[in-house]
Design a protein. Structure first.
Length: 202
């Protein structure tokens, strides 16, 4: 009897450990316009800054990634390079354009890789050199993101954020993001307009 209890406890411990190491897949559906990736991201701190995408894709490296336990990942204060990983599965009926949104004003260095499972397809979709070309015109970091209908895609982000500990990251449907930006600009326009009127009045 004691042997069975020990076996059950060991099994529970293994399952809990696995859940801490492996981030959940983000399943994209038609009804959802935005997904916060915090609880779906795992990360690794590369203190050497020399790791490549092939290094982090090695099977033995998977267990080194730590699953984020917060909606806004807290990576710890460090100037070291971070690797972040998340997976997308597009289950939507209507294929839509998605954007990767990183809610930081400045990123010192970034590379984004797209990996299709069970293939040799590893594509570097964003580098620091192509940042200005691919980044949408917005005060935050916003980039186009690919999905494949009824297929899983892994994304790996190699990034340095200048010592910041938090890394707010999400994906948002393009038209929803554009609507939110327009509403934001209208509110800011009204706000600055009121300030201008108050200055003239005084």
């Amino acid at each position: 009897m004691k042997g069975i209890i020990k076996f059950i406890l060991l099994l529970i411990l293994l399952l809990c450990t696995q859940s801490l190491l492996v981030a959940d897949i983000v399943v994209i559906k038609d009804s959802v316009k935005r997904y916060k990736l915090g609880l779906h991201v795992s990360y690794y701190t590369d203190k050497t800054g020399k790791l490549t995408i092939n290094d982090v894709l090695a099977p033995e490296f998977k267990k080194r990634f730590i699953k984020s336990q917060k909606e806004i990942p807290d990576l710890g204060i460090s100037t070291a390079t971070r690797w972040l990983h998340f997976s997308l599965y597009d289950q939507s009926y209507f294929h839509k354009k998605w954007l990767l949104l990183i809610e930081l004003l400045f990123i010192s260095n970034i590379e984004v890789y797209k990996v299709i499972p069970h293939t040799d397809n590893i594509e570097k979709v964003l580098t620091q050199q192509s940042l200005s070309k691919n980044k949408l015109h917005h005060r935050l970091q916003v980039f186009s993101l690919d999905t494949l209908k009824n297929k899983k895609i892994h994304y790996y982000i190699k990034v340095r954020v200048g010592g910041k500990s938090i890394f707010p990251i999400s994906i948002v449907e393009s038209s929803h993001f554009n609507y939110s930006v327009q509403k934001e600009y209208i509110i800011l326009g009204i706000y600055y307009g009121l300030i201008f009127v108050m200055i003239l009045y005084n």
